[in-house]
Design a protein around this ligand. Sequence first.
Ligand code: SAM
Length: 443
Amino acid sequence: MNLPSEFLKELKTVLGQDAEKYKEMFDQPAFRGISVNRLKITPERLLPLLPFAAWQSPFYKDGYYIPADTEGIGAYPLHHAGAFYVQEPSAASAVSLLDVQKGEKILDLCAAPGGKSSQIASLLGGTGLIWSNEVVKNRSRILLSNFERMGISAGVVSSCRPEKLCSRLEGYFDKVLVDAPCSGEGMFRKNHDAVAEWSLEHVTACANRQISILQSAAAALREGGVLVYSTCTFSYQENEGVVQRLLEACPELEPYDMEEPFGRKTRFSNAVRITPMEGGEGHFAARFRKKGNNGSAKPSGQHYPKMNKDIMKLTEKFLDDIFLVRPELIPVVRGDKLCLVPDNLPDTDGLNVIRSGVLAGVIVKNRIEPEHALFTSSSPSALRRVLALSADDKRTDEFLSGNEIDCDGESGYTGVAVEGMITGFGKCSGGRLKNKYPKGLRR
Ligand code: SAM
């Protein structure tokens, strides 16, 4: 593969003599990995169940390498169940730098398809808030679909311009991640076609766009809060160049040094770079803190439309029928949709919010039809009726293909648990389970 000479020249300024090693490694297989979703399963339980080898990555505590030739991962039952997210190992490093703590409110400003949001939600463990934003509408739908597969309930998905979102939610977040759109040089080994799209003009345009997104991000951060900026490119202009420009443009930010034991040093003590020589395809991440310590701003709260008595009764009956233990979320009806939303959300009007919390059901005449996400965000012990299957049970295959399966439990809406993870649901009656696995997700 012939790499553009301008790219190689730039690479030499970044990697020095190691630019030669990069060239030598260019045609070797790219690194691949998964990140475990603790909302569904622990790594200790998952690893023995995987039908392929997995070994610890240095970049993230729940990140694992998998063999480069692993095929068809998306079709595995454990993937359908949301047990893990397929993620290039070095891509998980930015969330390690974010140092997520339970209860924090975290904004992932450039979030689709959702790898880093999944990591954040996994580490929050259902506490606090993950707000995932993706400005490109089509991509925000993929993000939502991943939210549902991973079973995230304490979250918001929006598709808003960063400047609008961040000025409305000024000072609200404890932490903000900007995994910025970039020139993608770290994708070159995996996707040789990406090389053709590279140009110095594109690098400059990406750097300028990154600065603008980061300036918005800084506004959304509370005093004392942490900002992580990351890219999957090697470019000096985008990475170090942007760090430098950001510190000049935002005097309220200061470098926040890190002691992560991975990657190669950069000229900044608050930034790290990972290349194939360190075992990742290519990532850069830098960390900042907002000066001061004023706590989080409290923007005006949500005004939930009042439920009428009949709908309230219907909702109570519906939730009682599904749950033994109800989730700690507030039932809210908007139009014909019943959602379960996290408490204390700020007002989301005008922010192009696609989902807050979980879509629980749709009101049809005088009943509520449950939705897929209600089940995938629940644990088996919270549900009244569960069909427990192993990953290699023939019925798991049938269920994921959209077919009816045997089910000898009590009649009613029933969660289908694969290896203890609710993967979907069906309606059980007369010893059979009518399949409600969404058509778009079926094998
Ligand atoms: N964080 C994601 C993950 O881990 O799955 C990957 C994010 S990707 C590197 C960058 C994202 O930024 C893309 O989804 C892209 O659509 C979005 N983007 C593009 N232009 C943008 C802009 N002007 N402002 C904010 N986001 C933008």
